[in-house]
Structure formats: structure tokens, C-alpha cells
Design a protein around this ligand. Structure first.
Ligand SMILES: [Zn+2]
Length: 240
């Protein structure tokens, strides 16, 4: 890796006081899902060898200053890269952080199962890329996700709960993953996803999706309602 002066510390420009309407009122945004946002070029912060249960990857840290939703923020994400990802479009999974699933093995969602399936598929192929984005709860943040769980315990589904809290059903865009892939020299991918919007979002971010590979896991009984909602309200594709 070329020598680089360490990145200057980013001073937060988003330190304005919390929305006066109350601590539980999330900021509303009017930006439609998938709209292209302007973002500065992504910066590779680090790259290191990374042995895991699924074999040895190389882990890359990336940072980008983004200008999404009208306020500047810093986004960070990592990419786990295994094998040759350049001679053919590699298998790519874009995973959004889920503390409850990834760390605590929650059965309220299928995030951890999908994460493990993606890593196992990359291991089996001997090549692929997993991008891990820090976008908890489909972009709404950890505390709001827990509030949404509370609403779901009261009978709302995941989409209704997010809307009750003032969020769109899905709060993500895929500009940063697109930039990271391009920084890794990858412009054509086989995307491991059940979500057709992700295909479209990644193409908008300048990465060609030559194939969508389904990522279906066995649902735990706790996650059945959640997966049903994903299918019926968020347009995720499942074969059964
Ligand atoms: Zn989850």
C-alpha cells in the first residue's frame, strides 16, 4: 500500500442540536429511496490480512464523506475480499450492520444467517467480496430499531413500525458500496441478494450487476412474520 499521511480527523459538521421536536422524533427526510446522492471519492484507510472461520480474507477499511440528505456526514465500511475478484465478475454481498443479529444471534431477523451464508458461499467459490456497511436497522439507527421492535411487539409489522417512527421503509442507498467496489477495481458483479432494489441501486452507483444470486436462508419461527413483510411490502424475492 502506498504510504499516505493519516487521514485528517473529520470534524463533524452535523453537531447541530437535536431536533427540538423531541428526542424520540427522528429527523424526517424527503429524499426518495435510490436517488443518487453526491459523494466525494471514497478513501481507503487500511488493508490487512484477515483470517476467519471461512478462510483468509483481506479486510479493507474505507471512508467517504457523503452529502446525502442535505447534510454532510462520514460513512465508513469494510470490505472482506477473498481470491481473484478481477478475472470474472465476483460474487458480492452488501450487508448492513445488524447489532442484534450479527452480534447477539437475534432470531427477530435473518441478518446473521444471511451474513454467514454469504461468507460460506464466498469460501466455497474461493473468491468474492463482502461489504459490511454501518447502517443499522435498514439505515434508521440502533435506538430507532429497538423502538420499532417495541411497536412490533404491540402488533405493527416492520414497515408500519418504521413509518410510525417517521422513517421510510428502507433508508439505505448504495453509493458507498459502489464506490468501494470501483476502488477495488471491480465494476461488474454477481450480486448475492433477494432485493431487486439493491440491484438497481448498485447500477445507479455505477456497478454493473450481471446476475442476481438469491440469498435464501431457513427462517426461524421468530422471523417468519418479518420475512413475510419483507416479501409482501418491500418487494424482496423468495422462491417459496
Ligand atoms: Zn437483523
Amino acid at each position: 500500500m502506498e504510504s499516505q499521511s493519516p487521514p485528517s480527523r473529520i470534524t463533524s459538521s452535523t453537531s447541530e442540536p437535536e431536533d427540538e421536536s423531541g428526542p424520540h422524533r427522528p429527523r424526517l427526510t424527503t429524499q426518495p429511496y435510490n436517488q443518487t446522492v453526491t459523494a466525494d471519492a471514497v478513501q481507503q484507510i487500511a488493508s490487512a490480512e484477515f483470517p476467519t472461520r471461512w478462510g483468509t480474507f483481506r479486510i479493507y477499511g474505507f471512508r467517504a464523506e457523503s452529502d446525502s440528505n442535505g447534510d454532510r456526514g462520514v460513512e465508513e465500511a469494510v470490505a472482506l475480499v477473498m481470491g481473484d475478484v478481477h478475472s470474472a465478475p465476483p460474487l458480492v454481498r452488501i450487508h448492513s450492520q445488524c447489532l442484534t443479529g450479527d452480534v447477539f444471534h437475534s432470531l427477530r431477523c435473518d441478518c446473521r444467517q444471511q451474513l454467514e451464508m454469504a461468507l460460506a458461499m464466498i469460501r466455497d467459490l474461493g473468491a468474492g467480496i463482502l461489504i459490511y456497511e454501518q447502517q443499522e436497522g435498514r439505515g434508521i439507527g440502533l435506538m430507532a430499531k429497538l423502538q420499532a421492535y417495541e411497536l412490533q411487539d404491540a402488533g405493527l409489522d416492520t414497515v408500519e413500525a418504521n413509518e410510525r417512527l417517521g422513517f421510510k421503509a428502507d433508508h439505505r442507498d448504495f453509493v458507498l458500496p459502489g464506490q468501494m467496489l470501483k476502488a477495488l477495481g471491480v465494476s461488474r458483479v454477481r450480486l448475492l441478494s433477494n432485493n431487486p432494489d439493491k440491484v438497481e441501486a448498485l447500477q445507479l452507483a455505477g456497478v454493473e450487476v450481471v446476475e442476481r444470486v438469491p440469498c435464501e436462508v431457513e427462517a426461524s419461527p421468530h422471523a417468519e412474520e418479518y420475512l413475510k413483510t419483507k416479501k409482501e411490502k418491500l418487494g424482496h424475492l423468495f422462491s417459496s
